[in-house]
Design a protein around this ligand. Structure first.
Ligand SMILES: *[C@@H]1O[C@H](CO)[C@@H](O)[C@H](O)[C@H]1NC(C)=O
Length: 179
């Protein structure tokens, strides 16, 4: 068990050549259900160098979007450990934030659970008050106008995984401000 988890973590670390928190693996039993003591962040996109405005990321259904004026909720991400993160939004139980095969940021119907030997890949790096948000070491994010609902669906957020999911991606980085 232990060797298997370590092998997975080691493989992930080597594959991304990015720092993954080590030496802080919680014991796999005795996990807490609530995460009152874990860091929570608001995510904002930074559209490029010398930006004046930050735009808050929003949640709409199972999608992470930005730029909507209605039909969305604000959220925070709860960095619960093992590089896993839960989306916390009004009136909803915590739900895991993960990356779909096409790179899209999506919200699971269940919360993420730590201590299962699974690394979520989410990173919050830097010493400033705004951390750089990353997925398996990648800080390049972008958005595409929603395929499902171009008129009302907003701009779906993706992490760059080697190719873009649309012809005219809007590229940005994401800053995480601690609550
Ligand atoms: C989301 O947050 C922004 C900025 O704080 C606020 O102006 C807006 O009313 C909030 N929207 C909702 C749906 O709570």
């Amino acid at each position: 068990m232990l060797f298997k988890s370590l092998a997975i973590l080691t493989a992930a670390t080597a594959a991304i050549a990015a720092p993954v928190a080590c030496g802080e693996q919680p014991a796999s039993n005795d996990q807490k259900d609530n995460h009152n003591d874990t860091p929570k962040y608001v995510l904002n996109l930074f559209p490029g160098a010398g930006v004046t405005g930050m735009k808050p990321l929003q949640v709409r259904g199972e999608n992470i979007v930005w730029g909507l004026t209605q039909g969305y909720s604000n959220f925070t991400v709860d960095s619960i450990g093992d590089a896993l993160a839960n989306v916390i939004s009004d009136g909803q139980p915590p739900k895991e934030l993960y990356v779909a095969d096409n790179g899209q940021l999506v919200v699971n119907e269940h919360p993420a659970e730590t201590g299962k030997g699974y690394n979520g890949g989410w990173g919050f790096s830097g010493d400033g008050s705004v951390k750089e948000f990353s997925s398996y070491g990648t800080k390049e994010f972008y958005s595409c106008v929603s395929n499902d609902d171009p008129l009302h669906g907003g701009n779906d957020v993706y992490v760059f995984n080697g190719k873009y999911a649309c012809d005219k991606p809007n590229k940005f980085t994401i800053g995480a401000t601690k609550e």
